[in-house]
Design a protein around this ligand. Sequence first.
Ligand code: 2P0
Length: 349
Amino acid sequence: MTDGKIYRASTTAPVNIAVIKYWGKRDPSLNLPTNSSLSVTLSQSDLRTHTTASCSSSFSTDSLLLNGSPQDVSGGRTQACFRELRSLRATLEHQDQSLPKLALLPLKLVSENNFPTAAGLASSAAGFAALVRAISDLYELPANPTELSKIARQGSGSACRSLFGGYVAWEKGTASDGSDSVAYEVAPASHWPSMRALILVVSAAKKGVSSTTGMQTTVKTSTLFPARAADVVPARMREMSYAIEKRDFETFGRITMRDSNSFHATCLDTYPPIFYMNDVSRAAIRAVEAINEAAGKIVAAYTFDAGPNAVIYYLQESHSVVAGRFQEILGGVEGWREDVPATGGEKVD
Ligand code: 2P0
């Protein structure tokens, strides 16, 4: 019996910004991707989702509040996460009859984002990662982050990468049930302590075309897409992993920029075309090119997700030529944040 008692756990999950982009699903219901991807998890002191999960027989139904607004939890993605986590809890309760019976109780999730939602700043990634971690902590599941990544992936593909800190790969996998489509840590944040990211919030508006819809149209219509998925990305995954291992910023930066360009090229090649970057985004690209030209090597690397906001990776030793130059160009423009790669999500007491 749980007698109306409220059980509760809180967690935070950071955003991640891909340097090799996920774009395309081979199975839309399980969120199985057409290519592997690789990201850097950014500092959770800044961009993060904080989620409290609770359950009680006194609640009437499952609910989710995001930044104070009630959200629909009846969608297949949220339901898939709830179902899988409840099933793991039910197994625990079956094995140990002394555990309180939480698996069948209504869940209440309360989430806060401290960054623009759905503006290409990985809000769904941090959101579903925090949701899955918070419920897993509430249920005291022994699952490791790779196991949880399979569940978070069903909420939002990129969420599986936000369960880890540092440099994270999401292996596309080949199994039709998604059992090998998991995220894993390529290197911890501490492996490359001088890595920095500048985030330019060009627009906090919601994006015009959702990632889910956009990528499905790309898979159906882009003639550039098959080569990207089959050849370009697999080669880049290998090269990028090696660049991270060797802390080779020039290779890291070159692949990051080229993969962003390749992703946006397939968006433009989608019919009807999808535009995520705008004039300010293109000005940021030109500024990075000017910085690199002046330095005589790649010291800054831009990348753009499904929105106009820029993320610029650089090393601490290049701070003045990169962040300094952007501050000069942008002067008093608001919306700049400087960030560092982070460790993974953490429990909040
Ligand atoms: C990424 N993006 O790798 C790429 C780059 C956007 C551009 O992952 O449909 O919100 O929920 O699986 O995870 C955005 O896609 O899409 C994304 P769903 P998601 O970060």
